[in-house]
Write a protein that binds this ligand. Structure first.
Ligand SMILES: C[S@@+](CC[C@H](N)C(=O)[O-])C[C@H]1O[C@@H](n2cnc3c(N)ncnc32)[C@H](O)[C@@H]1O
Length: 266
């Protein structure tokens, strides 16, 4: 199967319905009131999953994390916090630029920030995001072969000599194209592509020396072949696979998450 999630156009979330829902949403309100506010409501989903599942982000052997589809940066902020970096940058440059500024190999390191945390955090997105202390921001399509190369070089530069990562996060969304069949297909293609990415980049549980080491957390949407994907692509390759619908995920949303722990290898 060929993977073409980027064929899907960027979703527009500016409808009146969306605005009304945002206004009522308790997690959006929390983000507005909380002085340590996260950039995106989705941060609360990662916080919730991490809290419920053994604080997998905070394990002392977690040294390299890749956040796929990271913009505007809510999940990366959570990871940065868990690894001891400050969550916000003092930089006030524009956030979440349009795809017109797409530069497939741009790496945006916030080198002016004081180093306070540990480990290497790499955020990949088609869109540029405001810098976050401790997070290397790669503006690229995660499917492009060059992106693998840039990630490898970055890991090496950071002293991760085997070029492997401990946690892969994917909150990537298939952007609504208006063609429901195509959109549903797209969402599964993204999950399959994330698994291929894991095959190339994820460190095994055996190497880490912990049964639940080597983690993939990925978003998915309802799809007729999702169960088959889980049974064939996930269950045999991890020691633990869980379907999760966090409270902070809107009940009406067809999204869910697979938390896969203990990578056995491709
Ligand atoms: C729901 S948003 C992620 C929100 C993010 N987790 C946060 O907390 O701020 C999904 C992102 O996936 C990105 N995306 C979709 N396809 C991509 C691809 N092929 N490569 C890189 N990023 C992609 C989109 O640009 C979008 O910013």
């Amino acid at each position: 199967m060929s993977f073409r999630p980027t064929f899907c156009r960027l979703a527009k979330k500016s409808s009146r319905q969306w605005l009304a829902r945002q206004t009522k949403d308790s997690y959006v309100k929390k983000r507005q009131i909380d002085p340590a506010a996260f950039r995106a409501r989705s941060a609360f989903k990662l916080l919730e999953i991490n809290d419920q599942w053994d604080n997998f982000l905070s394990k002392s052997d977690v040294n390299a994390v890749v956040d796929l589809g990271a913009a505007p940066g809510g999940w990366s902020q959570v990871v940065a916090q868990k690894l001891g970096w400050t969550s916000e940058s003092t930089d006030s440059s524009p956030t979440h630029d349009s795809a017109s500024t797409f530069d497939p190999l741009a790496i945006d390191d916030d080198i002016s920030a004081p180093a306070q945390g540990r480990g290497t955090i790499i955020a990949v997105d088609l869109l540029r995001m405001r810098p976050i202390h401790g997070v290397h921001d790669i503006v690229a399509d995660f499917l492009a072969p060059d992106t693998d190369r840039v990630i490898q070089e970055l890991l090496k530069r950071e002293g991760v000599n085997d070029g492997k990562v401990d946690v892969i996060l994917s909150d990537m969304a298939a952007n609504a194209s208006g063609n429901v069949t195509r959109d549903i297909e797209c969402s599964l293609e993204i999950c399959q592509a994330v698994m291929e990415f894991a095959g190339r980049h994820l460190r095994t549980a055996e190497k880490i020396g912990r049964k639940r080491g080597g983690v993939v957390l990925m978003k998915h949407f309802a799809h007729p072949e999702l169960q088959q994907f889980r049974e064939e692509e996930l269950v045999p390759k991890f020691n633990l696979v869980k379907y999760i619908k966090p409270d902070s995920s809107r009940a009406e949303s067809r999204e869910g998450f697979f938390l896969c722990m203990g990578w056995k290898g491709a």
